[in-house]
Design a binder for this molecule. Structure first.
Ligand code: 9MR
Length: 453
């Protein structure tokens, strides 16, 4: 029991002495506040509490009992990674990923997708690719897997662990990085095109405070937000040792201040005198930031953990609750019923402020590589509001549109007319909106034209 709960109970006791009737009603409120599972406690403030799970353990009854009673979000520990989902190029296997998905959905849980692109756990065929062949294969992988799970995934780790450790604050070298620095944004655009409803996250470790690596990621997210690259969340893995960085909460807050959600995605903490305190500290830090929307622990029992022998989880090998479990539950219950504020992924529709007009213009920005491109198109209203728009671009021979977001298109090659979708047709005077597409070959040439109405 923590101090706050202890004080609350003492107060309840005095109230009971003063008036049995009042005490009875307060006791009911007290019981309602103190949820008894991690998921239910987190839900009191609109958050989730999840676990990474393995398809191979779903036959273990202790494991599934803990999973279904305690957690309201699941992440596949390995089953949706590149080597698992595309073991041969163009041949996709979703059997185990679907088992995790269905386990989560049947239990009313959120499902976090992990991970579309990563330098590790690539299938052998991808490890031996480079350049355009790898870039196209990677973007195709993102498109295919996100399309398979379209509408069912709460948040995708689109890109995992792309930044270097140490003081550089720069990117990690990898075959993906060598296809060009824009590989991350190309992946995010492809993921948005394939599954517009999923929150798209960048996920990494050693980001447990304000340090060179987390600052490098912070700068990337800030750049993405300023250029309209679709990113909704940052995952802080939080594989922790025996202490908690004093800037842990401040780091969450600075990402939230950029306008993205933050999720604690792979929490585990080395066993030691401080384990329960570190777990509680992480929980309190997340609860203190409105846009920290949930916590996932990387496994259920100590014996399920990838950190063999470190006993870093909330349940022991027999499935008993550890002190760390109680400290997390108490921290969640102490938070009270606040709601994290997470705006919708799509910009809200603004009502028309004046009659339809013919004035609009469009500009295209291109991220190209040899053999493919991503085009981001900004549609601008003039001095009058726009009520519906069509932007026309010309694609060179050999170019074809393979993915599209925030617009519909008349065709996939030649002269292509892109029409607004329901939520972005109305642009206030002097305002703008954005859509995008990806394609093979080289991107559009010449200036796009825009017609309003
Ligand atoms: O827990 C995962 C373990 O079963 C795998 O063998 C390992 C392979 O690299 O990946 C582990 O999960 C990692 C996660 O996908 C990304 N962040 C670090 C995790 C622990 O290594």
């Amino acid at each position: 029991m923590n101090l706050r709960t202890g004080r609350r109970r003492t107060l309840l006791l005095s109230a009971a002495v003063a008036s049995a009737v009042v005490a009875a009603s307060i006791a009911v409120i007290g019981t309602a506040e103190a949820a008894t599972t991690l998921g239910a406690s987190a839900a009191q403030s609109g958050r989730y509490f999840g676990a990474a799970i393995a398809a191979g353990r779903l036959g273990d009854s202790t494991y599934t009992r803990l999973l279904t009673t305690e957690f309201n979000s699941v992440t596949p520990e390995n089953e949706m990674k590149w080597d698992a989902t595309e073991p041969q190029q163009g041949r996709f296997t979703y059997t185990n990923g679907d088992r995790i998905l269905n386990q989560g959905l049947s239990n009313g849980s959120k499902v976090r997708g992990h991970a579309l692109l990563w330098h590790a756990q690539q299938p052998g065929w991808a490890q031996s690719l480079s350049g355009t062949a790898l870039r196209n294969a990677a973007i195709n992988h993102v498109t295919q897997v996100a399309t398979h799970y379209k509408g069912k995934i709460y948040a995708w780790d689109v890109v995992n662990e792309a930044f270097a450790d140490g003081g550089s604050g720069g990117r990690r070298d990898s075959n993906l990085q060598r296809t060009g620095n824009d590989w991350i944004e190309a992946a995010f655009r492809a993921a948005r095109a394939a599954d517009p409803a999923a929150k798209l996250c960048y996920n990494d470790y050693n980001t447990d405070g304000i340090n060179a690596k987390s600052t490098g990621i912070y700068n990337m997210v800030r750049d993405f937000k300023s250029r309209g690259v679709p990113i909704d969340c940052v995952g802080l893995q939080s594989h922790l040792g025996t202490g908690l960085d004093s800037t842990y909460q401040a780091n969450i807050q600075r990402f939230a201040d950029l306008g993205v959600d933050v999720q604690i995605t792979e929490l585990d903490v080395a066993q030691g005198g401080n384990q329960a305190n570190v777990y509680a500290g992480v929980t309190r830090a997340c609860l203190a930031v409105a846009r920290c929307t949930g916590i996932t622990v990387w496994g259920i029992r100590d014996t399920d953990s990838w950190r063999g022998g470190e006993n870093p989880l909330l349940f022991d090998g027999s499935g008993n609750k550890k002190a760390a479990y109680t400290s997390v539950l108490n921290a969640l219950n102490a938070a009270g019923p606040t709601t994290p504020t997470s705006p919708p992924t799509s910009p809200p529709t603004s009502p028309p402020t004046s009659p339809p007009t013919t004035a609009c213009s469009a500009t295209v920005s291109l991220n190209s590589w040899n053999g493919g491109y991503v085009a981001t198109v900004r549609v601008n209203a003039g001095s009058a509001a726009v009520n519906g728009w069509t932007v026309t671009v010309t694609l060179p021979g050999g170019s074809a549109v393979t993915g599209l977001w925030s617009a519909t298109s008349s065709s996939t090659s030649g002269t292509v007319a892109f029409r607004n979708v329901a939520y972005n047709g109305q642009i206030p005077s002097s305002g703008s909106t954005e859509f995008g597409f990806q394609g093979t070959g080289s991107g559009p040439t010449g200036s796009p034209t825009c017609a309003a109405g």
